[in-house]
Every structure is written in structure tokens, then in C-alpha cells.
Design a protein around this ligand. Structure first.
Ligand SMILES: Cc1ncc(COP(=O)(O)O)c(C=O)c1O
Length: 389
């Protein structure tokens, strides 16, 4: 068994499981005033402090959500509404074209239902947005920009964005910028205070924590209009009873992700390089995706294009050998669609159908690399033959 799909989700860390199970039997709504409620509240506030510490933020800047998707929606829609309500000219959203669908579809929704104009920022061959491109886009009309959203690191090809430089440009024009740091947290140093961002998304299940919990890091300058209305929890921007066991578990995973990051990134980066070398040696015409420059892409990411192959067939052939990875492209009604990320980087749509993403994580070992090295050559040959028949 080689699980190489940690960018989709990671197995939970034993420490995060222990923190969660310890809370499952506890009673008390963190909003209640009695002793059980106060105990739950204490657990939540201690967890918030641990998460703030791990992310270079203040505890009051951690807005807990049901995950990355909700945090992205709150940032994009909420900041758009807040800025447009304050000045009706502000209806333009600047976004990178390689965002996760949680951002891209929220932006598209604003265009369809709220009169937003969406400017997709130009990217280079690795899907990177350059600060000059952002400046140019803002300068087209600095008065009409509602918000900017550019991810910290891409989930398919691992490209790392120059987030601090981009946020500095946004600040020059007093425009709030949000970054989806779901894939960056745990692999890169994501320090919210130093980033200059107005908002930043993280998710627990990508760092060894549980599903269904995440956070929007939110500075004090901008208050998004809520997406969820109700009890007024989380600074009145995200109502809903908190899932205390998940919050406690997220905090443990977050603390460990920050503490172990450097050593982890080093170990996983070497393993990824070995995996890339093994695949390229077994399939010499395979193309390694992402930016090969040091610090150009996430250490856990290995993305390949196999000319003449359907990624889906290849994935299933590897799955039959116990190797679990992803194509990185969406499948609509059984038809494999080339990924929007690859299309944005100028990849030929036919080539973009033959991609595989291996993403390593805390459970990855040398054995996983050996398993891929052994299986990938025969699988590609079979997938190519199947494609020709
Ligand atoms: C970059 C990125 N953003 C957002 C999400 C969504 O996060 P969640 O699964 O917590 O809703 C993911 C997960 O696939 C992701 O990779």
C-alpha cells in the first residue's frame, strides 16, 4: 500500500486522534454559561491560542469554520460584500486562474449573482502570479477593486506564489487580499502577521487533523459580511455551534505542523526528489510539472504528464497495485476534463489529460517510492496500449 494523495487528505496524526477522542465524551456547548459550557469554551480558547501561535497570528484573528471551502467562501464573498457595501463602485475581484474551486466558484458566483466583474490575473508557465501583473491589474482602476484572492501554494502542481510581495502591492492600494494557504500550511512558513494579508484560509485535514474544521485568519481592518447567520459566534462573522473535539484536534495538528515543519519539509522534499527521479527513469518521456527551482514548489508535490496516456486509466492501473494518487483533473459526467490549472499555464489540452499527482505526507516512506518505481513503467505502457486500441 502506498498512499500518495496527501494533498487530497492526510491520515490523522495519532496525537490529533487522541485529542479528539479525549473530547468526544465531554458535554457542553462553548456558548453556554454553566460549568460544562465554560469547560468547552476553555478548550476552544486554548485551541485558538495554539492555532494562532502556529500561524503567527493573534488568537482573536482565528475565525473557526467548517473547513477550507467555507473559509474561502467567507473571505471571497464576505469581503466583496463588505467593500461593495461601503462603496458601490467596488465590484471588481482579482483572482488567479489556478485557484482551488472553493475560491474560483465563489468568485464566479459573485459575477453571476452579485454583479461582480472578475479579472483573472495573468500567470507564468508555472501558474505563478507576479507582483507587477497584480499592480497592472489594480491600476486599470484602483477605485473599483473590491478584493484580491491568490492562493499561497497550488494544490495540483505545487507552485508557490510570492504572497508577501503580492500582499504588499495590495496594501499600497488599500485593497484586502486573501490567500488560500490550505496546501502551504505545514510545508512552508505561513506567518499571518508577516504575510501582510487581510485574510488567509487553512484546513485541518491537510495537516493530520480531522475533516470538517478549518479557519479563516482575519485581521482587524476588514470585517467580512457573514455567509452564515445565527448565534453570532466567532466575532459575529461565522455563526454556528463549534465542534469542540474537532477544534481541539485541529489545534494539536496545527501545533505539530508548525513545530515539525522544517524537518518535515526537508525529509519529504528528498523523498519527492527520489520519486521524481525514479518516475523519469522508468518513463523517460514523462514531464515533471511545477517549478523545478529551489523553493519554487511544495516539497510534497510531484506532478507528471505522461504523453499518450489518459490520467484516469493510469490512476486505476496504479490503484490495482495498491498505489493511491490523483489525476488532479476534474471528472464531469464520466468525461475527464483537462485541469483548469494546466490550461492556465498554457499546457496543450491533449497533454493535460495524461497527468498524475503524487503528494507525499507524514506517512510516506522509501518503500512508497520503491513501489511507484516498480509499477509506473508497466502501468504507463498498458495505459498507452489501451489508449491506442
Ligand atoms: C487549495 C485548497 N483550498 C481549499 C480546499 C478545500 O478545503 P476543505 O476540504 O477543508 O473544504 C482544498 C482541499 O482540497 C485545497 O486543496
Amino acid at each position: 500500500m502506498a498512499y500518495l494523495d496527501h494533498a487530497a487528505t492526510t491520515p490523522m496524526l495519532p496525537e490529533a486522534i487522541a485529542a479528539m477522542t479525549a473530547q468526544l465524551a465531554a458535554t457542553g456547548n462553548a456558548s453556554s454559561l454553566h460549568a460544562a459550557g465554560r469547560r468547552a469554551r476553555r478548550t476552544v480558547e486554548e485551541s485558538r491560542e495554539a492555532l494562532a501561535d502556529a500561524l503567527g497570528a493573534r488568537p482573536s484573528e482565528v475565525v473557526l469554520t467548517s473547513g477550507g471551502t467555507e473559509a474561502d467562501n467567507l473571505a471571497v464573498k464576505g469581503l466583496y460584500w463588505a467593500r461593495r457595501d461601503a462603496d458601490p463602485r467596488r465590484t471588481r475581484v482579482l483572482a488567479s486562474p489556478v485557484e482551488h474551486h472553493a475560491v474560483l466558484d465563489a468568485v464566479d458566483w459573485l459575477a453571476e449573482h452579485e454583479g461582480a466583474t472578475v479579472d483573472l490575473l495573468p500567470v507564468d508557465a508555472y501558474g505563478r502570479v507576479h507582483p507587477e501583473a497584480l499592480r497592472e491589474a489594480i491600476l486599470r482602476d484602483p477605485d473599483d477593486v473590491a478584493m484580491i484572492t491568490v492562493m499561497w501554494a497550488n494544490n495540483e502542481i505545487g507552485t508557490i506564489m510570492p504572497v508577501r510581495e503580492l500582499a504588499a502591492v495590495a496594501r499600497e492600494f488599500d485593497v484586502p487580499m486573501h490567500a488560500d494557504a490550505v496546501q502551504a500550511f505545514g510545508q512552508l512558513e505561513v506567518d499571518f502577521a508577516r504575510s501582510g494579508l487581510a485574510a488567509m484560509t487553512v484546513s485541518a485535514h491537510k495537516i493530520g487533523g480531522p475533516f470538517g474544521i478549518g479557519a479563516l485568519l482575519l485581521g482587524r481592518e476588514y470585517t467580512p459580511v457573514p455567509v452564515l447567520h445565527g448565534g453570532g459566534q466567532e466575532r459575529h462573522v461565522r455563526s454556528g455551534t463549534l465542534d469542540v473535539p474537532a477544534v481541539a484536534s485541529f489545534a494539536v495538528a496545527g501545533r505539530l505542523a508548525a513545530e515539525r515543519r522544517e524537518e518535515y519539509a526537508h525529509r519529504i522534499g528528498s523523498l519527492r526528489d527520489e520519486l521524481a527521479a525514479a518516475v523519469l527513469s522508468a518513463v523517460p518521456d514523462a514531464l515533471l510539472g511545477g517549478d523545478p527551482a529551489p523553493g519554487g514548489r511544495l516539497p510534497a508535490n510531484a506532478h507528471f504528464t505522461f504523453p499518450g496516456c489518459e490520467g484516469d486509466s493510469l490512476l486505476l492501473l496504479l490503484d490495482a497495485q495498491g498505489i493511491e494518487c490523483s489525476t488532479g483533473s476534474a471528472c464531469t459526467a464520466g468525461v475527464a476534463q483537462p485541469s483548469h490549472v494546466l490550461l492556465a499555464t498554457g499546457t496543450d489540452p491533449d497533454l493535460a489529460r495524461g497527468t498524475l499527482r503524487f503528494s507525499l505526507g507524514h506517512t510516506s516512506t522509501e518503500q512508497d517510492v520503491e513501489d511507484v518505481a516498480r509499477a509506473i513503467g508497466p502501468a504507463v505502457r498498458r495505459a498507452r496500449t489501451a489508449g491506442l486500441s
